[in-house]
Structures are given as structure tokens and as C-alpha cells.
Design a protein around this ligand. Structure first.
Ligand code: NAD
Length: 469
């Protein structure tokens, strides 16, 4: 059986340089990541351009078969991948974390492989015959974040490969080892050059976004970087799928059962220790059940152990990096200074190694507090009291992002009608963040554009072509 160290083979960086990656829970070294530069990116793009026509020529059937074999390979190496992911990203093996993420990689690969995409007849009236097809784009660039590094890489590469493209992937500089290991495993089932990973910083990402041989960029990360990518891709009019930041609202209607929803509310907010794009980041609770929801949520939260990811008991881990730890600390401090009531947490033990921030619930907080208005991306949830549904909907819609949202109620029809008024790409009912490879996912407002998953996700990785005649 391979160990994760065996999974770290990659293209040697032309600089010869490597960089030590440290465990965010302990500060111990996890491994050495290559420092690739723009010259390495050029090599990867040249190889991808050469390999793409033969990959496209395999057709959907051949490519789907390869993706299914790649999913099997991920499952074969699942435990090694999960251990490496846990050490590099910090997320525990258990809970909706590292093993779950590796399982999701296999699930998304399989769904991308088996989702049917048929040519569409648009008009066939005797006089006109027009059909719509989706052709390969060529070489797709994928740029990803550090929170779900393996899963989000698969979200990008699986539909792109299925549609006959080659892919050059640039992982976050915080989590290059996990993505390299995943690509190593996938490449055991893919032709050479079709999929490669270049572990550079933002200059490599920026070059990928402007490169004339790249036909599309799939980007997941912050809104600010998404804006930079729009600018650098403009010169070549690249196709873009942008999955950007969010600050998801959840609205609990007065008829909800606080005890029944508490655990799902908790995981909606604290999945991956809050470092999730479509996590619940602002919870609006009706005044009639406000105290009860706060108490039930605190009881669930108190029972969720946080600690080193390789300890099987833990379900919450550290923040992945110091910058993110500082953001969460700053926002919780701002809430405390404003007089908001800290129900639990909010007092990190700065004497401990690692970027652990305790599970934090903040009640009686104003909607314009920075902890509410900014994406905290960590284990700190503000709970805002409201009196009328109109007021809650206005607060939910008050920001310039709109990735996900949720409505919690015993009355499905009432929840659906509130959901329809929320400006977000997905609104879940009585759950939050439940992404599914069969169901399209994407953002509204400054959370981005373009859809991933399902047949829409496949179409987004092709060039539409009409044949009229
Ligand atoms: P980030 O924007 O800082 O970095 C993402 C990637 O972009 C990294 O690989 C980085 O090297 C690269 N990059 C940086 N500057 C670049 C440039 N000028 N040109 C090209 N590439 C560049 O994001 P992050 O901190 O890694 O991730 C956290 C953010 O991602 C949060 O805002 C979160 O909400 C968002 N996110 C969104 C989704 C989604 O599906 N909508 C999913 C996960 C994370």
C-alpha cells in the first residue's frame, strides 16, 4: 500500500526549489511542495495542448470510462489521501471532513462520468433543422482554494475532462500537497499530459488566467481574486466559471422546532470548522424562539470535540492558516467590543500550538456588526434576532454576495415562499450547504457566475455549437 509520501511525485520544478508545508494543528512539517514558476506552467500547458486532441477523440464513452476508473483509484488510496489532507489542511479525519472529502471526490468523478449529455434538436419544422452540441474548449485552467482542496479540484477537473478538455490545475499555495497527491492518483488512469498540477503562487495563477492557450478558467476562491481573474482573462475573452465568496444567511421561522433543527444548524455553520464557502454564516432567528434556538445550538456545539485531525475523536480542527485565524479573531473581538453576548467560545488559548479558534456563538448582535456583515470563514456564528419575516428577508438580502441561504420551518410551503424571496444561488430548506453532484450549484450577485454540477456543469465546460441545416 502506498503511503502519502509516495503520492507526492510531481513534475520537478525548473527552479529546483521546494517549500516546507506545516501542519496547522502542530506546526510540524508535513512535506515539501515544489515551487513551480511560470516556466513550469508553460511546460504543463504545452503538454496539455498536445495531449488534448487524442483525449477528445476518445469520445464521451472512453472518457467516462477513464473517469470511473479514476474514481476507483481514489477509493483505493482513500485513507492515505485523507491522512495527508488532514495533516496539511487541518480538518479531522472524522465528521464531515477529510474522509468525507475524499469520498466526495469519488462521488463527483462518478457523477461527472455518468451524467447524460445529449445533442439537442432546437428546431425541426420541415423548413429548418437546427441542433445544439457542446464541443471541447481545449485546455481549461483550474484555480482553487485551501478549504476543500481535493474536492473543489475534482469539481473543476471532472466535468472539464468529461467534456474532452485537458486541464492544468493550480492549487492554493496553502494546500499543494493534497492536490498533488490527488492528481497523482487520478493520473494512474489518465493519458499523460491530460491533467497536470502546477504548484505556484498568485503570479502563476495570474499567468494561467491570461494565457492565450487557455480557453476557460474554472475559479473557486475569494471575490477579490475573482475580480482580478476577470481582468486578466479579458484580453483573450476566456470563458469563466467563478465560484466566489459568500456570507450565507439562514432564517429560522417561528414555527421551527429548535431541538429538532439544532444539530443540522450546527453542521450547516461549522462544517470544516466554518471554512466552507456555502456554510451558514449569519443566523436570523425569530424572537419567539430565539433563546431556545441559542440554547439548543450551544448544547450541540458543546458536545463537538475540536483538536488534532488525526485523533479519531475530533470533528472540528484548527483554522488552516494564520491569516484566516487573524480574520476570525478580529471579527469576534469587534463583536465583543460592540457589547454582543458571547454564548460560548471567543477566547482562544494563545499558549497552544496551532491555529485553533474555539467554537464561538455570539447572540444579541446587530446586523451591521462586522462579524455579520463580513465573511468570517471560521468557527464563529452570529445569531441575530428578528421580529418579522420581511425584516429577516431584507437583512438576508442586504449584502452584495449571495452564494447559499437556508430557511428553517415545519411548514414546507411557507419555507419555499420565503426561499423564493432570497437572493442566493441555492436556498436549502431545513438544511444548509448540502451540495449534490447532480444538482447545479453557483452564486448570485458577487458570489460569482456560471454553474457547476449536473448537466449544466458539463455544458459550462464545453463550447456550444449550433448546426443549422
Ligand atoms: P483566494 O482568492 O485567496 O485564493 C484562491 C486561489 O487563487 C489560490 O490558488 C491563489 O493562489 C489564487 N490567486 C490569488 N491571486 C490570483 C490572481 N491574481 N490570479 C489568479 N489566481 C490567483 O481564496 P482562498 O482564501 O484560498 O479561499 C477562500 C475563499 O474562497 C472564501 O472567500 C470562500 O468563500 C471562497 N470559496 C468559494 C467557494 C464557492 O464554491 N463559491 C468554495 C470554496 C471557497
Amino acid at each position: 500500500m502506498e503511503t502519502y509520501a509516495d503520492l507526492l511525485t510531481t513534475i520537478a520544478p525548473s527552479t529546483g526549489e521546494t517549500r516546507t508545508i506545516f501542519d496547522p494543528a502542530t506546526g510540524e512539517a508535513v512535506g515539501e511542495a515544489p515551487v513551480h514558476g511560470v516556466a513550469d506552467l508553460e511546460r504543463a500547458i504545452t503538454a496539455a495542448t498536445a495531449a488534448q486532441p487524442a483525449w477528445a477523440a476518445l469520445g464521451h464513452e472512453g472518457r467516462s470510462a477513464a473517469l470511473l476508473r479514476a474514481a476507483d483509484a481514489v477509493e483505493h488510496s482513500a485513507e492515505e489521501l485523507a491522512q495527508l489532507l488532514s495533516r496539511e489542511q487541518g480538518k479531522p479525519l472524522n465528521g464531515p471532513n477529510a474522509r468525507f472529502e475524499v469520498g466526495a471526490c469519488a462521488a463527483w468523478l462518478r457523477t461527472a462520468a455518468v451524467t447524460e449529455l445529449t445533442d439537442e434538436t432546437v428546431v425541426d419544422d420541415g423548413a429548418t433543422h437546427a441542433t445544439l452540441h457542446y464541443r471541447p474548449i481545449g485546455v481549461v485552467g483550474a484555480i482553487g482554494p485551501w478549504n476543500w482542496p481535493m474536492m473543489i479540484s475534482v469539481w473543476q477537473l471532472a466535468p472539464a475532462l468529461r467534456m474532452g478538455n485537458a486541464v492544468v490545475l493550480k492549487p492554493s499555495e496553502y494546500t499543494p500537497l493534497s492536490v498533488q497527491a490527488l492528481i497523482h492518483v487520478l493520473n494512474s488512469e489518465l493519458p499523460e499530459g491530460v491533467l497536470s498540477v502546477v504548484c505556484g503562487g498568485r503570479e502563476v495563477g495570474a499567468r494561467l488566467a491570461e494565457h492565450p492557450e487557455i480557453g476557460k478558467i474554472m475559479f473557486t476562491g475569494s471575490t477579490a481574486t475573482g475580480q482580478a481573474i476577470i481582468k486578466s482573462s479579458a484580453g483573450t475573452v476566456k470563458r469563466l466559471t467563478l465560484e466566489l465568496g459568500g456570507n450565507d444567511a439562514g432564517i429560522v421561522l417561528p414555527d421551527a422546532d429548535p431541538k429538532a433543527i439544532a444539530e443540522d444548524l450546527f453542521w450547516g455553520a461549522f462544517i470544516n470548522t466554518g471554512q466552507t464557502c456555502a456554510a451558514l454564516k449569519r443566523l436570523y432567528v425569530h424572537e419567539d424562539i430565539y433563546d431556545e434556538v441559542c440554547n439548543e445550538l450551544a448544547a450541540v456545539a458543546a458536545a463537538m470535540p475540536m483538536g488534532h485531525g488525526l485523533d479519531e475523536a475530533n470533528v472540528l480542527g484548527p483554522l488552516q492558516n494564520k491569516a484566516q485565524y487573524d480574520i476570525v479573531s478580529r471579527l469576534v473581538e469587534a463583536a465583543k467590543e460592540s457589547g454582543a453576548r458571547v454564548l460560548m467560545g471567543g477566547d482562544p488559548d494563545t499558549g497552544q500550538p496551532g491555529y485553533f479558534y474555539p467554537t464561538t456563538l455570539v447572540a444579541d448582535i446587530d446586523n451591521d456588526n462586522p462579524l455579520v456583515a463580513q465573511e468570517q470563514f471560521g468557527p464563529a456564528l452570529p445569531i441575530i434576532r428578528y421580529s418579522t419575516v420581511d425584516e429577516a428577508v431584507a437583512m438576508a438580502n442586504g449584502l452584495d454576495v449571495g452564494l447559499g441561504a437556508s430557511v428553517w420551518s415545519a411548514d414546507l410551503d411557507a419555507a419555499r415562499s420565503v426561499a423564493a424571496r432570497i437572493q442566493a444561488g441555492t436556498v436549502w430548506i431545513n438544511k444548509h450547504g448540502a451540495v449534490d453532484p447532480r444538482i447545479p450549484f453557483g452564486g448570485a450577485k458577487q458570489s460569482g457566475y456560471g454553474l457547476e454540477f449536473g448537466v449544466e456543469g458539463l455544458k459550462a465546460c464545453g463550447v456550444p455549437q449550433v448546426i443549422n441545416g
